[in-house]
Design a protein around this ligand. Structure first.
Ligand SMILES: C[S@@+](CC[C@H](N)C(=O)[O-])C[C@H]1O[C@@H](n2cnc3c(N)ncnc32)[C@H](O)[C@@H]1O
Length: 227
């Protein structure tokens, strides 16, 4: 568990201070339990960045505030969450960050001229059927610029106790409190993610980014070959 500490993190969270109480609580818990600071360090500092399954948009906005040379787009299937993300981002000062949000149907990956410099997923793939997971990763691969990065953050299935805590919490979010939308619940391991991305022809780096957190957060970074 980590509090928002850096000026970019504090500024990001301040943008949600006027959100309805339930969303404020959700985004605050999300910040404390997700390794956004560690994940941001993996994202290129400049260029067109897409976050798929951005939810309330906290990480999308954090990416934009952390580097003004990034143009960040967040997409999600949940129109209520995108409305909250847009409302929070409307509090950005001119020139503070270049951030945009859009509702997209499941499986869609928007294109950008020249391809995305990076596409990021933060805890989204576990909500998809394995076939849909592969299909969306393949669509992202196509949408990336040559040399672009596919950055996939999930919770690993090991160590088992940490994984159990994370999976139980997600079960509550999706099936009991219905905070999160998704058509499935299946947690891919770090190794499974790495092999999916290798199958696409990407060179990969995989690591745990869970130091100081309750959950076994991990990330796989795949690079699309440049011709
Ligand atoms: C656990 S939340 C994570 C939100 C955000 N990435 C974060 O880190 O705070 C998962 C999000 O994925 C979205 N989602 C589920 N399936 C999706 C799909 N097929 N395409 C895009 N978003 C999806 C859900 O609506 C939800 O907002």
């Amino acid at each position: 568990m980590k509090a928002p500490k850096s000026p970019a993190a504090l500024r990001t969270m301040a943008l949600w201070s006027e959100a309805p109480r339930k969303s404020r609580l959700h985004t605050t818990i999300r910040w404390w339990t997700a390794p956004f600071t560690e994940l941001e360090l993996e994202v290129p500092l400049a260029g067109d960045i897409l976050e798929v399954g951005c939810g309330h948009g906290v990480f999308t906005v954090f990416l934009g505030i952390s580097s003004r040379a990034r143009r960040v787009v967040g997409i999600d299937i949940d129109s209520d969450k995108i409305a909250l993300a847009k409302s929070a981002a409307s509090g950005l000062r001119p020139g503070e960050a270049e951030v945009d949000f859009e509702v997209m149907p499941a499986g869609s990956v928007p294109a950008t001229e020249g391809g995305w410099r990076a596409i990021v997923f933060a805890d989204v793939l576990y909500l998809m059927h394995p076939e849909d997971r592969m299909a969306i990763l393949a669509a992202c691969f196509e949408a990336l610029a040559p040399g672009g990065l596919l950055i996939v953050k999930e919770v690993d299935t090991r160590p088992r106790l940490k994984a159990f805590v994370a999976q139980f919490q997600e079960l509550l979010s999706t099936r009991v409190f219905r905070i999160t939308r998704g058509n499935h619940l299946a947690f891919p391991s770090l190794k499974e993610l790495e092999s999916l991305m290798s199958e696409l022809g990407m060179s990969t780096i995989a690591k745990h980014i869970d130091h100081g957190y309750l959950h076994p957060h991990c990330v796989v970074i795949g690079t699309k070959p440049a011709p």
